[in-house]
Design a protein around this ligand. Structure first.
Ligand SMILES: *[C@@H]1O[C@H](CO)[C@@H](O)[C@H](O)[C@H]1NC(C)=O
Ligand SMILES: *[C@@H]1O[C@H](CO)[C@@H](O)[C@H](O)[C@H]1NC(C)=O
Length: 693
């Protein structure tokens, strides 16, 4: 008996030591900004202004703390990009709450890169010019939401384990600059299969009871399944994958509720398109020129489509494929358990002052390199086959864009040295030599690596191409292997700041869109490979690098051309009055439609709530919300019916999914109106009930 007790005691001790390698925190918070009137960030099209919500945007966080009490924080957001201002202000708020626990070196913010969300959060001219400047209405909910998601993770730490798994995903993307990829040396290309990375990497967070509490996945996909005609706030294909994974694991909860966190980030997706049917000339259906992306017939444009019949359908198909792969990884379990310590290193670098030596694989020679002051090439203005010609840089009398008209005259002429440094890029916008009215492109960028055991997350401040990511991964693996480690490197773009594209030296020679948008010259990638090697070496050697020069705070210089909401008028009805009622009954698969008298959605963002709820009548007589405006199956469109009077209407749609129960349903609309005297007032509108079944 005593022996048996001893045996179980020892067993318990062994189990205890196997479990709880790390202390883990997970959190999620709504970051959806103004869904109407603000131009979207991504396609650089000022006409692409929201008119409603298809899916909401969220920030999802993991915190991992090792036995020594050191922490790393990773935040995956449904945003196009992260800005330095965002990260700085998030850290300032965290420091006010938690002291020096969260800093530049151990907090990494990433964006999955949807092109379907309101913009105006960069504070650099190039990235805010098509968004009517700096938009506080977009910025504040993002900063607050990221802080909230980290705070929720901080307040719910549990002892658990982290596993790394991988799987291959098929038919989610194609290389959109395949000819540029082919310029990479043959010997290098031979080491990889194809011109796109199909591997999804997942970190799975498991508590001591064996329950999976969260999963963060990385895949080299561009979330541009929704094209530049989309006017719905949308988290695109990666956002849908999150929604589906969280719906699977948080049964019977509204989107954005429930304890399981399922997040997705983009990887080395700079040259990847999810529009897998490929580009066609839309006028004639002919193939486009593979280098110029031009069409034989003048005036025809080259645009990529598929795999669905509409872009919403394509988003559903690609998002579902990504979700299926991630869901399988969660259900299969297993994988490589991460053990040991966490590591982190952040350093700000001024790109134009970076120099070094590199082995040019094409010539076999060691050559010296330098960075350039930022500049954009001619092809930048042309855009990509996922969103052609969005940027209006014609030098006509007026562009129709008040921001561009205000700053256009400050573009500087390139010097002979600029031209030599960027060659063969023909310089269109010499952004690096102008700081008027304030900086156009960040000259100083953050570089950062966080590690959990041997998982190495290298977060880059830009969009890195397939081969660019492979080159960086190969180099960091070699750095780790040189000291006997077996690192698994995850390269992810769109982290901590945005500075456009990162292509290889060879891809740069073709000057397609991605190369024209590689801002710091032909050796932008070479600089990052040298820099990220330094960061990883410092982590492995337990050194702390100097923080580097902090980017300028340009908050006081910002221009804003978005008009405020002045007045809402409900006409002869009340706010929330139902103009068009749903039909009396529906069957599954049909679409419910209702129209309400409304205020401007900018008056209240309904953060962590919703403008609409689909509600079901329960047996006890109460109404249970079963869907919100964050569901894939719901969407709404707002429009001003009279700009002069300030009246507006809002249309709500619900595609009834196949799994809803028979019963009585209704639609509840929550909104807010603004009056010059009364200020903002909330209102509710409720439809008549309708039957499903
Ligand atoms: C965008 O998608 C819509 C819906 O699928 C389609 O009608 C339109 O032609 C597409 N436009 C562009 C510019 O890609
Ligand atoms: C009514 O039933 C629902 C579940 O169907 C439950 O969520 C709700 O709390 C109940 N309300 C009351 C007042 O009992």
């Amino acid at each position: 008996m005593g022996n048996l007790k001893l045996f179980f005691g020892v067993l318990a001790a062994v189990v205890m030591t196997i479990q709880g390698q790390f202390t883990i925190g997970l959190g999620r918070f709504d970051i959806t900004g103004p869904s109407v009137e603000v131009p979207f960030m991504g396609y650089a099209s000022m006409d692409q202004r929201g008119h409603g919500i298809h899916t909401r945007q969220f920030a999802r966080t993991f915190i991992v703390q090792d036995a020594a009490g050191r922490r790393v924080v990773y935040v995956a957001t449904d945003l196009a990009m992260i800005s330095h201002a965002m990260r700085r202000d998030v850290l300032a708020q965290l420091q006010a709450r938690f002291g020096n626990m969260y800093r530049y070196d151990n907090v990494m913010l990433s964006a999955q890169h949807t092109h379907g969300g309101p913009g105006g959060y960069h504070q650099y001219i190039m990235y805010d010019v098509t968004c009517l400047g700096f938009i506080r209405e977009t910025y504040n909910p993002i900063v607050n939401g990221i802080v909230q998601s980290i705070t929720i993770a901080h307040n719910s730490m549990f002892s658990g384990r982290v596993f790394l798994t991988e799987t291959t995903v098929n038919d989610f993307g194609v290389n959109r600059s395949p000819k540029a990829y082919l310029l990479n040396p043959q010997v290098e290309r031979n080491r990889f299969s194809g011109d796109i990375d199909r591997t999804m990497t997942q970190l799975r967070f498991v508590d001591n009871q064996g329950q999976v509490r969260g999963a963060f996945s990385w895949l080299a996909v561009h979330p541009v399944s929704m094209n530049n005609t989309n006017l719905f706030v949308s988290s695109d294909n990666l956002g849908l994958a999150s929604i589906l994974l969280e719906q699977e694991r948080n049964a019977n909860q509204l989107i954005g509720r429930g304890s399981f966190i399922g997040a997705f980030s983009t990887a080395n997706s700079g040259d990847i398109s999810p529009n897998i049917n490929g580009p066609r000339c839309i006028g004639t259906g002919l193939y486009c020129d593979p280098i110029e992306s031009s069409c034989p017939n003048q005036g025809d444009v080259c645009i990529a489509f598929g795999p669905g019949t509409t872009h919403i359908d394509s988003t559903r198909i690609i998002g579902t494929r990504i979700y299926n792969a991630a869901s399988l990884l969660v259900r299969n379990g297993g994988g490589r358990e991460l053990t040991g310590t966490v590591g982190f290193q952040n350093q700000f670098v001024e790109m134009s002052t970076q120099t070094g030596q590199w082995l040019n694989e094409a010539t076999g020679r060691v050559e010296s390199f330098r960075g350039c002051l930022s500049a954009f090439g001619m092809s930048f203005a042309a855009g990509t086959t996922d969103g052609p010609g969005g940027f209006d840089f014609t030098q006509g009398s007026t562009s129709g864009n008040p921001f561009w008209d205000a700053v256009r005259d400050f573009v500087a002429e390139p010097t002979p040295d600029d031209i030599a440094c960027h060659a063969p890029k023909p310089i269109l916008l010499n952004t690096g030599r102008t700081s008027r009215p304030f900086l156009w492109i960040p000259p100083i960028v953050p570089t950062q690596i966080i590690t959990i055991g041997d998982a190495v997350i290298a977060g880059l401040p830009g969009e890195i191409t397939t081969m660019g990511g492979r080159r960086l991964r190969t180099q960091l693996q070699a750095v780790g292997q040189a000291v006997g480690r077996n690192p698994h490197v995850i390269v992810t773009g769109m982290v901590n700041m945005y500075s456009s594209y990162i292509v290889t030296f060879e891809e740069y020679q073709m000057q397609r869109y991605e190369a024209a948008s590689t801002a710091f010259g032909p050796h932008t990638l070479t600089i990052y490979i040298q820099q990220y090697s330094r960061l990883y070496q410092a982590i492995l050697n337990n050194q702390v690098l100097t923080p580097g020069p902090l980017p300028l705070d340009q908050t006081a210089d910002q221009l804003t051309f978005l008009l405020p909401v002045i007045n809402d008028d409900s006409g002869s009805a009340n706010f929330g009055a139902v103009v068009v009622q749903p039909r009396a009954s529906y069957t599954r698969g049909q679409e419910v439609f209702a129209r309400f008298v409304s205020g401007n959605p900018r008056n209240a963002l309904m953060t962590e709530s919703s403008y609409f709820f689909v509600e079901r009548l329960e047996l006890n007589g109460s109404w249970l919300p079963i869907a919100s405006d964050a569901n894939w199956e719901t969407r709404f469109i707002w429009r001003r019916t009279s700009t002069i009077r300030g009246t507006s209407e809002i249309d709500f749609f619900w595609d009834i999914p196949n799994n809803v129960a028979n019963g009585q349903y209704r639609i509840r609309h929550e909104g807010a109106s603004r009056g010059p005297v009364t200020g903002v007032r909330s209102y509710t509108g409720i439809t008549m009930m309708f039957a499903i079944g």
